[in-house]
Write a protein that binds this ligand. Sequence first.
Ligand SMILES: Nc1ncnc2c1ncn2[C@@H]1O[C@H](COP(=O)(O)OP(=O)(O)OP(=O)(O)O)[C@@H](O)[C@H]1O
Ligand SMILES: [Mg+2]
Length: 538
Amino acid sequence: MTEPASVSIDSVILAPNGRDAEIASKLVREIGLPASVVPDIDGLVSAVRTGAGLAIISDEAIIAADLRPLTAVLADQPAWSDLPIILLTRHGGGPERNPVAARLAELLGNVSFLERPFHPTTLASVVRSAVRSRKRQYQARATLGELKNLAESLELRVDERTNQLKESEAVLRQIQKMEVVGQLTGGVAHDFNNLLMAVVGNLDLLRKRHAGDARSSRLIEGAMQGAERGAKLTQRMLAFARQQDLQKHSISLETLMLGMADLLERSLGPLFELKIDVQASLPPADLDSNQIELAILNLVINARDAMPDGGVITIAADFPPAVPNELQAGRYVRVRVSDRGIGMNPQTLAKAIEPFFSTKDVGRGTGLGLSMVHGLAIQHGGLFELSSEEHVGTTATLWLPAATTAPVPLPAEPEPASVHIKSGTILVVDDDALISMATVDMLEDLGHTVLEARSGRQALEIIGSGQKIDVMMTDHAMPGMTGMELAELVRDRLPDLPILLATGYAELPAKPKFELPRISKPYAQDVLKKELEKLLSH
Ligand SMILES: Nc1ncnc2c1ncn2[C@@H]1O[C@H](COP(=O)(O)OP(=O)(O)OP(=O)(O)O)[C@@H](O)[C@H]1O
Ligand SMILES: [Mg+2]
């Protein structure tokens, strides 16, 4: 944008002798500019200071005067300004022949000399050209102003961007931290799970052997409870590390939530009211029902703990048309668990999902509850969100992918073991000696004959030898050949041989070539027994 051409330029005239001032001001006004006449150099200085854009001065008014105030005000001009001055001289008064005029030109800067007597048209043309140069200066001023504004807004924008960048760096660091903690946690949990497998397996057998001995039974029971708590912990850690072995199906959330209501109400007690609110014709979601039940249970327990005097806990499921940007395009259902409890301050909220973060007393909270829910949501291809306000309440939101197929029934509770126990020859494949030993003991205790292999290759040798085998039970993560790879090779040779895959975490390929029955480590003897019965009865 440029200064409008009509901008007014105030002229100031200092010409105390004769009619110079009168003629000059008349002429300037005729050109259309305001003109003011000042009596002395002080008046001139103050007019310049208050914004005069053009000065017409007769030389006799300044030759003998103290010019310092005038040169000071001229030197003080802003960078864009160079005040045009028209100096009316006597004949021969131009700078080329007159040293006084030359000195004035130097002192005053932008000076045009006009010798008297002059024709009015000459003065008019000198004034016009001075006005033109002044207008250009005003334009420069406007441009400078714009540039300054631009620089300021640029600075603001840079500040804004820098802050955004800092924020996203902080978020990124947090995500990276969670990733690293997740990997470490997952690794620890995996090893720990295998150890627990050996502990649980051996305790199970001891329990049977010492069934008549009350004292031993109590001790074994105590050890077993410890191991079971350890197993729950590793499950949460694996969930946080997204290494849980998920078994996803199309599930109706309404059925799932109503199925849990009883259990939830019982664990909440009489101080709490549980509200379940499911949107009509909610599509089914693609989920592992056991894991999502566990997640909801964790969120409800958190809500309970946030309301020491009791209150209403709401579990709502709906199908909102808009989903958060973080999710991949697609259809999602939303499950929200809300309470009106103590809520969280921003610092707690920022840390709540971190593993092992808990504000609960030592021994009361593992700090893995929300970490697990978060990991599960991500592993399901969904998202976990937490919003909270101190003293107001908390809402935990789970986004889960909607299923495209009709819902399947929830897995039923395992039926009590049949009386009729079939025994057979079981080939156990596991590279971990501890696990293998525990499993073999459990199987032999159940009356089975056991063959042991420490690798897929060994297992193939045993199968190749033509021995009769009724079930092959294999670990998945083994050096050399995975359980799934082994299963494929065995399928080719013995298509009817039942295969049971023992896994502790999501080590299976995302899309296995075929589904196999699975058992989760650590498993107790009765679970193993039921799984084998199913396979042996075929
Ligand atoms: N509904 C809630 N209201 C207020 N604070 C909550 C809520 N849910 C979680 N928090 C806060 O987040 C922390 C972490 O929760 P998280 O479920 O991960 O662990 P925890 O509940 O402390 O332990 P655990 O789940 O093993 O019992 C809690 O200690 C609590 O401070
Ligand atoms: Mg919790």
